[in-house]
Design a protein around this ligand. Structure first.
Ligand code: SAH
Length: 236
């Protein structure tokens, strides 16, 4: 069976900035009440980062709905609860060196930047050139100039700045990409969807226990667009 998300129809944005801010506050409260969100740094990040600024104008009214929304290129911004789902399981925290594969809108990178803070590092890779340009503009417009954003195949990681304390990939891979496991620091954590496109996938968490040993845990069932590139489902 093919599964997928129903995307609401594009329409001009009618909500004012204060209305969207109010929706953001409500969404954060909801994510806390539902048990998705508990760490104070991530909560502060989700309150601060204007998700609406990462969404194309014709979908902006839907910013705080639990659906992924289309982006320029072959990409979507994931639904709001997926960020605490990933980042809480990762135990993302201050000072971490963080690698994201699949920048999409740049929203996930902005949240991560707020969590790791100036003593940490955020590196994010986007394979689609159009999506990459969209994300880079969003990050720069909002002042996230220190996020390292690269147009390239993240399924191979990014060796120049490895190792990373935390890694996430935000598109479904056939298996956890091996070079990402190599680029994970000992004691580090990695998360991402593993499975076939168009089907329910396992959200897999890997914890690197020592140089040769990774522990694998399935955290949740999810539905993501396919990872492209060398270790993806489709060529880059
Ligand atoms: N985290 C994003 C959502 C990403 S959707 C956000 O916050 O908006 C998944 C993204 O992964 C898409 O933008 C897609 O183009 C990108 N992608 C797919 N395969 C990739 C690869 N091998 N390397 C880098 N990005 C990839």
């Amino acid at each position: 069976m093919m599964i997928g998300w129903i995307i609401p129809p594009p329409k001009p944005c009618t909500k004012t900035p204060p209305e969207l801010l109010q929706e953001r506050l409500e969404k954060v409260g909801e994510l806390e009440a539902e048990g998705f969100l508990h760490s104070p740094r991530l909560k502060a990040a989700m309150l601060k980062v204007p998700r609406e600024a990462f969404i194309p104008p014709l979908y902006r009214d839907y910013t705080y709905l639990e659906v992924p929304l289309p982006l320029p290129g072959e990409a979507t911004i994931s639904c709001p609860h997926s960020y605490p789902l990933f980042y809480e399981a990762l135990e993302l925290d201050e000072g971490h060196r963080f690698l994201e594969v699949g920048t999409g809108s740049g929203y996930g990178a902005a949240l991560a930047w707020e969590v790791v803070g100036p003593g940490g590092l955020v590196v994010t890779l986007e394979i689609d050139p159009e999506t990459f340009t969209f994300a880079r503009n969003n990050l720069h417009r909002l002042g996230y100039d220190q996020v390292v954003i690269i147009n390239g195949d993240g399924s191979q990681g990014y060796p120049p700045l490895a190792p990373y304390d935390r890694i996430c990939f935000t598109a479904a891979a056939p298996e956890v990409p091996p070079l990402l496991l190599d680029q994970l620091a000992v004691g580090g954590r990695l998360i991402g969807p593993v499975g076939k496109p168009g089907q329910i996938q396992d959200l897999v968490l890997m914890v690197r226990e020592d140089h040769r040993k990774w522990r694998r845990v399935v955290v949740e069932q999810v539905a993501y667009i396919p990872l492209r590139g060398e270790y993806g489902h489709v060529p880059g």
